[in-house]
Design a protein around this ligand. Structure first.
Ligand code: AGV
Ligand code: CA
Length: 331
């Protein structure tokens, strides 16, 4: 084949390759793991990321916006709208964790002057309003949710009809057959933080009938961030994305390889993004659940035959998952 003909076919196939990407909205709360989830979703090449919305839950708002917009610039994600909310949730995350976003904002590659935010898609329209606008059009979206469901619930309150334009939500949250990760004096420890932060938001999304895929602690407990992983990442430090994420995960270095699961850092959001991109990394199982809205088990996700149907991720393949993210970060 002549080189001209070959070039013609390659160029002709480009738009169709791009349009085969699944439309995705990422709603996240700018913890280390959320940033990794954004990178994995983008680098997997499975998605057209149309919007990234920010909830200042496991982060502080100003830093959350800065590091999200800077990451979008760093990764070269094009045509994405970015918006933030003020919804910290009724049960705020520990200050110590929220301040990790401030430490990430000190990483040179995650710095960007505010005057440049607009150039990379940031809008001052509140996140819920932005979501309601986007989801009122003709396009159906999948949502990757790596924080509490506050922004989605607030968008549903603006316009309940948007539910039909959400084809599914991959949600990192809940603990079904394992203990939770909330460790507080008045709590029995059965809840996971993303649900506990705003239990009624989760309940509203569940009741809206949107197909939910839960990546709960049942699955994420199998994928701690290990010292082995960190050294494998260090080995590929000549790739700029690997170099950046080694710095990002180093912010919580003290939580790597600790014996107590309430203080260990896991690939919670990373697994959720990776599974959304590659369904071969785990399996799904149907289950009916309800969420407890008050008392000492507030935010607990309980298996209940009278509850609402969701699917939850089981049997993740840790080795395959680790290879998947390491190869995506080689960029
Ligand atoms: O419960 C998991 C969620 C994920 O979305 N977050 C962290 C991930 O972003 C809360 C959380 C649990 N343990 C933590 C958390 C820890 N040790 N540090 C920071 N955040
Ligand atoms: Ca998160």
């Amino acid at each position: 084949m002549k080189i001209g003909t070959l070039l013609f076919f390659i160029l002709m196939s480009l738009p169709s390759m791009a349009s085969e990407r699944r439309h995705l909205i990422i709603d996240q709360d700018a913890d280390m793991d959320d940033l990794a989830a954004i990178a994995i979703a983008h680098l997997s090449k499975q998605f057209q990321i149309d919007a990234i919305t920010i909830c200042p839950a496991d982060s502080l708002k100003a830093s959350a916006i800065q590091i999200t917009v800077a990451l979008v610039k760093f990764l070269g994600i094009k045509n994405v709208q970015i918006a933030a909310s003020d919804n910290e949730g009724p049960n705020p995350f520990p200050r110590k964790w929220r301040r990790e976003s401030v430490r990430m904002a000190e990483i040179p590659d995650l710095q960007l002057p505010e005057t440049e935010f607009l150039n990379f898609g940031f809008s001052s329209v509140p996140a819920a309003k932005k979501l309601a606008e986007l989801l009122s059009g003709k396009v159906k979206y999948e949502i990757l949710e790596t924080g509490p469901l506050s922004n989605i619930a607030d968008a549903l309150a603006i316009n309940p009809l948007i539910a039909k334009n959400i084809s599914k939500i991959y949600f990192m949250g809940g603990a079904l057959h394992v203990p939770g990760n909330v460790s507080l004096p008045d709590h029995d420890g059965t809840a996971e933080w993303n649900v506990y932060n705003n239990p009624s938001a989760f309940s509203k999304v569940l009741k809206a009938g949107i197909p939910l895929i839960l990546v709960s602690l049942d699955a994420t407990n199998k994928v701690p961030v290990t010292k082995n992983f960190m050294s494998a990442l260090k080995q590929q430090d000549s790739y700029k994305v690997s170099h950046l994420f080694h710095q990002i995960w180093s912010v919580m270095e003290a939580q790597i390889g600790t014996p107590n699961h309430q203080t260990t850092y896991f690939f919670w959001d990373s697994l959720t993004a990776a599974f959304a991109a590659n369904s071969g990394l785990a399996s799904l199982r149907p289950v009916k659940i309800q969420v407890l809205l008050k008392g000492k088990s507030e935010g607990r996700t309980v298996v209940d035959p009278q509850g609402l149907p969701v699917q939850f991720v089981v049997e993740p393949k840790p080795d395959k998952f680790q290879k998947f993210i390491l190869s995506n970060l080689k960029n």
